[in-house]
Design a protein around this ligand. Sequence first.
Ligand SMILES: [Zn+2]
Length: 440
Amino acid sequence: MAIKLQILTDDPKEIELIKRYWAVDESGQYLEKVSALGGIIEMAQGVTLASFIRQRCNAFDENQVCTSCAKLIEIKNRSEAKKVPARSTKLCTTCQNDQDAIAFEAEKAKAAELERQLIEYARKQSSRTVDYSEIPDNQVLLLLALDRAITPRLTNGGFTLGDCRGLAPRYVGDFVMQLREAGLILDDPSKARPGTYYWEGDEIWMLRDQVVYRLVPDAASRSAGEVIRSLLDRVYTNAEGLFNLWLDYSVADVMRYLANQCDLYHHDLSGQELEEIKSTMRSALETYSVSQLWSVVWKVVRDAASLANREYYNRPKAAATIPGKIRRNLEKVQRESIELKAWSRPDQHPVGTLGMVLGEILGVDENSSGHMVSSLVNWLTGQGCSPSAGAELDEPIRELMTIALARDVSSSVMLRFAELIRAGHDVSSAIEEIGETLRS
Ligand SMILES: [Zn+2]
C-alpha cells in the first residue's frame, strides 16, 4: 500500500470506511469509486466524504517525501496522491510550518528595517534648507505655478503628484520632478499612506503616485507663505532658463493637442514616436507659436486618418507616418516661407497654472511665436539691450532700403517683411531673405 494511514477514530464503521476510501491495488489504482462509498455512513449536510475522512484520519503518501527531512508528505484527498514515487517539491507539515515561521520573522525584520530607514531618511531630509533668494528664475516660475495649482497645500502640509494636475497640460510629473531634483521639494514618508514605500530585493522602492511631497524649509526661517510671496518680487535675469521653461511648457501644450487628435482618430503612437514628435515640436517652437503647431498637428493627423482607409494601409502603419509627416511639413513651411495658420485654443484645453504665470510675467500666450518669446525674455532679463544686436542690423537694413527706394518697391518690401515675421522668421533672416530676392 502506497498510502500510510494514521487513524484518529475508534468507531469500527468509520475505520472500515476510511480503509476502503484509501485502498489501492499494486498499480496505485483506487479499488472503489468515491460515489460507491457515499451512502455507507450518514453525514451531516454539507460535509463531503473527503472532509469527513480527513477529520478522522491523517493520510501520508509513501510516494512523496519531504525535501527537507525525508518524512512522508501528508495528503488531503485522493487526487493529491502519486501513483509512482515522485520527486517531491513539497515540505512536510512540520517543515512547512518551520519555514513559514522563519519567513514571517524575516518579513517582520524587513518591515522594521524599512521603518527605521524611512525615519532616518525623513530626519536627514528635514534638516535641509534652501536659500530661496538664490534659486534660478525658471524654478521661481515653477514654484509660483505649483503654488497656484495646489494652493494652499504647497505652503501648508503636503501634496501628491495627482494634486498637481492643474499645473500644465501634460508631463506634470516631469515638471514636479524638476523641483524635486533641484532640491526644492522633498518627499515626506511620514505623511504617505502605508505601502507607499516597499522593498524590492534589497532596495527601497516607492509608488510614485502616493508619495507625499512638501516644500523644503527656508534657510532664513521664513514661513512657506512668506517664501512664495517673496518670489513674486523676483527680478528676472536668466533668459535661457526662462526660455527653456517656456519651451517645456509649450511642448506640453502642443503634445496634449496631439494626444487628443490621435484619440479622435484612434491613432496609437508608440513611446518612441511620441518622443520623436516632442523633439521636432520643441525645435519648431523656437520659431513658431503653439497655436501654429496645433494647425500642423491637425492637418497631419487627418492626413494619416485618410491614409489608414487606403488599400495596403492599416491604422498602425498610418499612425507611424505621423512623426515623419510633421517633420516634412515643418521643413516645407520653412523652405517656402509659408505662413502657418494659427488654431484657437480648444475649450477643453485649459492653459494650466504654469501657462498663466508665464503669460503674466512675459505677456505671452499660445499665439506668441518662439521668436517673439525669445525677444521678450531677452528684453525682460535685460539681455536683449546690448547695442551690438541692433548695430549688426544697421548695415543690411540700410542696403535693403536703398535698393527698395531706388526701384520704387518699398511697399512690397515692407509687406513681404511683415509676411516673413508672421511666418516665424526673425528680423535678420527676413532682411536677408528679401535682400537675396532683390539682388537676384
Ligand atoms: Zn519535513
